[in-house]
Design a protein around this ligand. Structure first.
Ligand SMILES: [Mg+2]
Length: 336
């Protein structure tokens, strides 16, 4: 016989004000807030006179599945992906606004779990960054949209277009791990997958504070690796009109380490290192004279385009196809 239990409280059972009253106390406060939640808008400090702003949306289906992700996972991932884009500009995240559209049948507990995930990601990755506002709506498709803000602290933003010939290419954070987590989930092999790969995919904790550290060390260019090392390196190459030449020995080393960590063969690990996305590692270029900050790994050099050559990514001097995550097609690295 099944046990009788109280039916779970859903969003339809509560009004918007009551839901917000339960969620807001769980969210982190921003240290840049002048007027916090409760008025029609928040008011935030912008001591730099400028602020960095980015947005990223997650839709149930193409971006996540509720069979795989908990509410807490979704909160962490929604925050982390936005924080990574702020960090990729060399900025310190200061605040975010969060909009969620959910079915009326969604449990209140699930919404509280999302709020707790947002809080835990901010506290862990970007202390001082808080949720300063948002919106709730109803939809048959669960949708989370986050807009995040950041402070440059008087520095110039790190762009994709400012890599210079002779720069060292460096990366901080993991490569290939989130992609292998996703591959395990798609294969129905969650039980066999390593916890590190599943967490990287479902609730990533990218190296947010390294954005400012890289900027302070003198980075010329930066972006976060959301789609794949090679695809995102190609974006820097084109924006800066240069060749990003990756060191094949370093890529082989990384592949070997990932293969051991995940118990997979090195060729598959190499595909993931080069062509899988969603790790949100930071890819930067530094003047060759710079001593790389702790945690950064040199993975290649920025070369000039030779006569008649287009900007591209090379591995060991040979041009490599720029495969990676495409939201309309999926991870196409396997077929390259
Ligand atoms: Mg990005």
């Amino acid at each position: 016989m099944s046990e009788r239990s109280e039916p779970e409280l859903t969003l339809a059972d509560l009004g918007e004000s009551e839901i917000l009253a339960r969620i807001f106390p769980r969210l982190p406060e921003s240290s840049a807030t002048l007027v916090g939640p409760g008025d029609d808008s928040a008011v935030m400090k912008a001591p730099d006179g400028r602020f960095v702003i980015t947005t990223d949306m997650m839709i149930q289906g193409p971006d996540f599945r509720l069979e795989w992700s908990s509410g807490h996972d979704l909160g962490v991932k929604a925050a982390a992906t936005n924080l990574a884009d702020v960090a990729a500009m060399g900025a310190r995240p200061t605040g975010m606004v969060v909009s969620i559209a959910a079915p009326a049948t969604t449990s209140v507990t699930f919404m509280e779990d999302i709020a707790d995930g947002l809080r835990d990601a901010c506290l862990e990755l970007a202390p001082g960054c808080g949720v300063v506002g948002g919106d709730l709506s109803v939809s048959t498709v669960l949708t989370l949209s986050v807009t995040a803000f950041g402070d440059l602290g008087g520095r110039e933003p790190l762009l994709r277009s400012t890599a210079q010939v002779g720069d060292v290419i460096a990366v901080v954070g993991r490569l290939g791990l989130a992609g292998m987590g996703l591959a395990a989930l798609f294969a129905g092999e969650r039980a066999k997958a390593r916890a590190s790969a599943l967490q990287a995919q479902l609730a990533p904790l990218p190296p947010i504070s390294q954005g400012v550290i890289g900027a302070l060390a003198g980075a010329h260019a930066a972006m976060d690796i959301s789609d794949s090392l090679v695809m995102d390196a190609g974006r820097i190459a084109r924006a800066s009109n240069v060749v990003l030449n990756l060191d094949e020995h370093v890529i082989d080393d990384l592949s070997g380490q990932l293969a051991i960590e995940l118990g997979i063969d090195a060729a598959r690990a190499r595909q993931a290192i080069l062509f899988a996305g969603e790790d949100h590692a930071l890819l930067m270029t530094f003047p060759a004279s710079v001593t790389l900050p702790e945690g950064f790994l040199a993975i290649g050099f920025v070369d000039a385009c030779e006569e008649g050559e287009s900007p591209h990514v090379a591995l060991g001097g040979t041009s490599i196809s720029e495969n990676g995550w495409n939201p309309y097609a999926g991870w196409n690295g396997e077929t390259s």
